[in-house]
Ligand binder design. Structure first.
Ligand code: ATP
Length: 270
């Protein structure tokens, strides 16, 4: 059987309400939502709608979530694939996959294409990424650039790409008419962590008077993904202890567990 080429979602339910914090980034992508919804308004004076934007920031900060929310807000289909899927691919497969992806998206436009981990294909050409098959990676990258350059003025497909390594990207990607906008998606501060907790506590039964300021202060350096993890772990810990609601101690235990996991991960990296 043939491997799945890319992912396509028609009816995206994620909206900006699901993305906590990230006010600046949300403001910037709101513009992209407007371009998708009313392209004629923006092209009426001769301006060109941007083809792509790069979401830059550490892992787990909500880049994928934000890209999905753009599709959800604009009510357009969401096409996605991950750059890391291209590693270890046979000759020609990466490029043809990119071609298929853009073809489908253009047929269903207006649409969002999301490329996660673009650094896996978008590293500066001629620099090894230690995985071999550099030629194939370069073919894939070249195809991506060709597709974006081929967008006509009426295409109305916007390509969002995510990376936590903007420094290694091929400068050709950032040239005008490609990913010429960079949107920073940073780790949340204490106030933003509280907002993220509020989003992820919504589906939980929590004990009365649970102090969210306290929780946000207990989690410096946590990403949105870490906080989502804490909330889920806390609910499981409370259930294991046969509680009727998730309380402060469950959250503290969950934080300890996540911190333990993060420390282990960092030990492997360094
Ligand atoms: P990676 O670089 O690892 O792909 P990412 O930046 O794309 O990470 P997401 O995959 O969007 O991060 O985040 C993972 C999950 O963490 C989300 O599905 C969501 O549950 C939670 N999350 C992350 N950031 C936020 C946020 N700002 N608001 C609410 N939830 C968040």
């Amino acid at each position: 059987s043939r491997a799945k080429l890319f992912d396509e979602k028609q009816d995206v339910k994620v909206t900006f309400k699901d993305v906590a914090g990230l006010e600046g980034a949300k403001e910037e992508v709101q513009e992209i939502v407007d371009f998708l919804k009313t392209p004629d308004k923006y092209t009426s004076l001769g301006g060109k709608i941007p083809k792509g934007a790069l979401l830059v920031g550490p892992p787990g900060t909500g880049k994928t979530l934000l890209a999905k929310a753009v599709a959800g807000e604009a009510k357009v289909p969401f096409f996605s694939l991950s750059g890391s899927d291209f590693v270890e691919m046979f000759v020609g497969v990466g490029a043809s996959r990119v071609r298929d992806l853009f073809k489908q998206a253009k047929e269903k436009s207006p649409a969002i294409i999301f490329i996660d981990e673009i650094d896996a294909v978008g590293r500066a050409r001629g620099k090894s990424n230690f995985t071999g098959s550099n030629d194939e990676r370069e073919n894939t990258l070249n195809q991506l650039l060709t597709e974006m350059d081929g967008f006509g003025s009426k295409t109305n497909v916007i390509v969002l790409a995510a990376t936590n390594r903007a420094d290694v990207l091929d400068k050709a990607l950032m040239r005008a008419g490609r990913f010429d906008r960079q949107i920073y998606v940073d780790l949340p501060d204490v106030r933003e962590r509280k907002e993220i907790f509020e989003v992820h506590l919504r589906p939980l039964k929590i004990s009365e008077g649970l102090d969210m300021d306290f929780l946000s202060k207990q989690t410096p350096g946590f990403s949105g993904a870490d906080i989502a993890n804490v909330c889920n772990e806390a609910a499981l810990i409370a259930a294991r202890n046969n509680k009727k609601a998730v309380d402060k101690q469950d959250f503290l235990d969950a934080v300890d567990r996540i911190v333990g996991g993060l420390e282990k991960k960092n030990k492997i990296i360094t």
